[in-house]
Design a binder for this molecule. Structure first.
Ligand SMILES: NC(=O)c1ccc[n+]([C@@H]2O[C@H](COP(=O)([O-])OP(=O)(O)OC[C@H]3O[C@@H](n4cnc5c(N)ncnc54)[C@H](O)[C@@H]3O)[C@@H](O)[C@H]2O)c1
Length: 270
């Protein structure tokens, strides 16, 4: 059921690779709720993924941008304003990649050039998107900017490797830039900390099935799906959350507040 929560709003949604991507679901929900928006992904992902299919379904265009390249981000904002006909009301940063995770490097044997890449792609790109937006003055008053995080920023999940550091930086950027942008333009900046979700990025982490099953057993509501995450993003982009900023918002079925669950006790009881 749609509520027209985003009627008249203009947005930018990054990171939709295929129908499993969280951003893919966010785009479909935003369309359903009355928003117009552009889609963006790294040029290489545009060639490999299915984003054009999504653009067709959403009646929009894809603007290629490597989120680590300032000129690409500038172009993304300028073209989006042009296509959508005004300043941007919401932005989704749904971007993450670690070469160390992808290549199965052990945490005691990380490649530091790749570590820097993980941080640049998964965290600094968020700062870049915010800083370029400020410099171009392309966000509307009270706009909402979101990035997606994971609880490995606070707790240790060994296979998450250097992505844990990237998510900690990402969440810190939301707090620092959130303060600045609130003062400047009442812009809200938040991160949503999502349950394990079976996407290309998610399943690339070693032991994904086990820690997803474990999270599901530990969460009283079970793991949150990508569709449910999209619903939460819509609410955060809407005018119903005008006073929420600088937060890391858990969207995890209760996982983050649990110590142990009856299901886990039962599983471990002899
Ligand atoms: N899947 C999970 O379990 C989970 C849980 C919590 C948070 N997240 C986060 O959600 C976000 C979206 O990931 P997803 O799970 O939908 O997986 P996904 O693989 O579908 O999306 C990741 C996206 O990042 C894009 N990307 C990578 N490098 C880029 C670059 N240089 N410039 C622009 N885009 C680039 C990829 O092309 C891809 O579209 C990520 O930040 C991820 O860390 C995922």
């Amino acid at each position: 059921m749609a509520y027209n929560l985003l009627k008249g709003k203009r947005g930018i949604i990054t990171g939709a690779l295929d129908e499993k991507s969280i951003a893919w679901h966010v785009a479909l929900k935003c369309k359903e709720e009355g928003a117009t928006f552009t889609l963006s992904n790294a040029p290489v992902a545009m060639r490999m993924g299915k984003i054009q299919e999504l653009a067709k379904a959403c009646n929009t265009e894809v603007i290629g941008a490597d989120a680590t390249v300032l000129e690409d981000i500038e172009n993304l904002y300028k073209k989006s304003e042009e296509l959508l006909g005004g300043k941007i009301d919401f932005v989704l940063h749904s971007i993450g990649m670690s070469p160390n995770v992808r290549k199965g490097k052990d945490y005691g044997d990380l490649n530091y050039d790749w570590f820097m890449k993980s941080i640049d792609i998964s965290a600094l790109s968020f700062h870049k998107m915010l800083q370029v937006a400020e410099k171009l003055d392309c966000l509307s008053e009270g706009a909402s900017v979101l990035a997606l995080s994971y609880i490995a920023a606070q707790r240790t999940f060994p296979d998450y490797s250097d992505m844990a550091q990237a998510k900690a930086v990402l969440e810190s950027i939301a707090r620092s830039y959130g303060e600045r942008f609130a003062r400047l333009k009442k812009v809200r900046v938040n991160t949503i900390s999502q349950s394990p979700t079976a996407t290309t990025a998610g399943t690339g982490v070693g032991g994904f099935d086990a820690f997803s099953d474990y999270a599901n057993m530990m969460s009283p509501l079970g793991n949150a799906s990508a569709e449910a995450c999209a619903d939460y993003c819509v609410v955060m982009f809407s005018d119903l959350t005008k006073m929420v900023t600088m937060q890391n918002l858990y969207h995890d079925g209760g996982f983050s507040c649990m110590g142990i669950s009856p299901q886990v006790v039962e599983r471990l009881s002899k």
